[in-house]
Structure formats: structure tokens, C-alpha cells
Design a protein around this ligand. Sequence first.
Ligand SMILES: [Zn+2]
Length: 281
Amino acid sequence: MKGILTLLKPVRAMAVKGNGVDDDAIDGAVQRAADMVANASYLIAFTGAGISADSGMPTFRGSGGLWGSYDQRHLELDFFLRSPELAWKTIREIFYTFTLSVEPNNAHRVLARWEQEGRLRLVVTQNIDGLHHRAGSRAVAEFHGSCDSLVCTRCGNRTPATAGLVALSPPRCACGGVYKPGFIFFGEGIPPEAYEASFQAAGKADLCLVIGSTGSVYPAASIPRLVKSRGGRIIEVNPEPSEFTNEISDVFVPLGAAEALHRIDAALRDNDQHSAPEANS
Ligand SMILES: [Zn+2]
């Protein structure tokens, strides 16, 4: 139903023309995005599964999604607490054996560099793969938690998810409680710190760069919408139009995350070079 509604709306994605893609229009969108990033006074990024897809991370839903091969119940808290060994077998395969073998891509790295350069204030991510941290980002709000840490289900102790701990069946805290991964399970609440940091930053942001999120998972998807409602602007990077495209996006860049960020970053550097002040004589 969602899909049909999307089709009926006029696609404002200026860069998409028929079945093909207009290269000039993409160049134009990339240049506008670079100008907006250059002129932003408070830029945040909002990232979803699409940014990690370019690292080879499989998606969970849809055809070929991981939930076709695994039992989704294993990530429900009740099931986990009843059968931690069985749940951990699934969790280990999906989130540790595989995720740890995946590397950050150019999109993660560009965001990390923008943070170091003072261009980017915060990455709000829906991803639990820890790739923003591994790319060097420090200001990251992991809205759904992260597989980088484990949390004791008895005493609440939090510890790094080392290979040694994760190999145990199940991993246990010194108190005897079972460790669960540091990401939220189905039905669990958003980690309060990430929630507060995200909405606080969204309240200040004059520009939000949405990357690889379809805008359908709440409350995360309300973060770019908050930026927009407060007068900020939205750049969207997604290979296909999403829930955001016609609703809030000011610029839509119809490319994969790694290519889009590489091109926006290159345009930004080009702009910097042309506008660099003359050296003191
Ligand atoms: Zn404990």
C-alpha cells in the first residue's frame, strides 16, 4: 500500500528521469548538497542500513533478508531469557561472526573526517554494526544500541563484546547473569542517552544529511522530520526514493551511500579550493 501511494505522488526526485538516471541532474544534486554542507552551521547525519549495505552488510527484511534464514523470535527478550543458548547461537552467527568481518566504507569514512574537520556535529545511526566508530567517528548516537558491547541481564553491567566472551554459550557476567548484546531487542526501548543526544541535536540542526534510511522505522525516523519542522533543510542520499523523498527532502541524491559521499566530499573540497583565502603576503 505504501508503495502504491509513493508511485502516485509526483516524484520530486529531480535527478531521476524515466528508468534511467540523468547524470547532469545527479551532478547538480551533488553540487547543491556540497554547498549546503559547506554553509551549514549545525550539520547532523542520520544513517540507516543503506550506508552499511555498501560494506556488504545484508539487510534483515525483504527478499534475501536475514530473517528468511533465521528465526526472528531469537531477538525477542522473552525468548532470549528463556533460551539464551539457542538465542546466542543465532546472535553469534548474525551479529558477531559476520558483522566483525565487515569493514567501514567510504561513506562512514567521509563522515568521520567531516567530524574531525568540525563540519559535522553528530551521527545518529539506526545501525547496530559499530561501523561509524570503526571508521573513526566519535560523536555517534547509536539509536538502537550496538553490538560492540554486552549488557548483563541481571546486574546491568556493560562490557566490550570481545571474541572470547561472545564465544561462550552463553556469555555470562561475573554475577552469573547472562549477557545480552548491547543493541535493543524487539519491543525494547531506545537507549535514553542516544535518544536524548539525538533529539537535542535535531533541535539545533539547520541541516540533516539522511543516508541509507527509508524513513519507516519510528521513533528514529522522526529525527530528520524534527529538523525539517524547525526550519532546517534535508539532503537525502538513497538509491531509490523513500518515505522522506517527497515529504521533507530538499535535495535528493539518487546514489548508493559510498559513491554519493565520495562525490559530495570531492565537490566540497573543490569549493574550498576555489574559495580559499589568499595566503598572507
Ligand atoms: Zn551481572
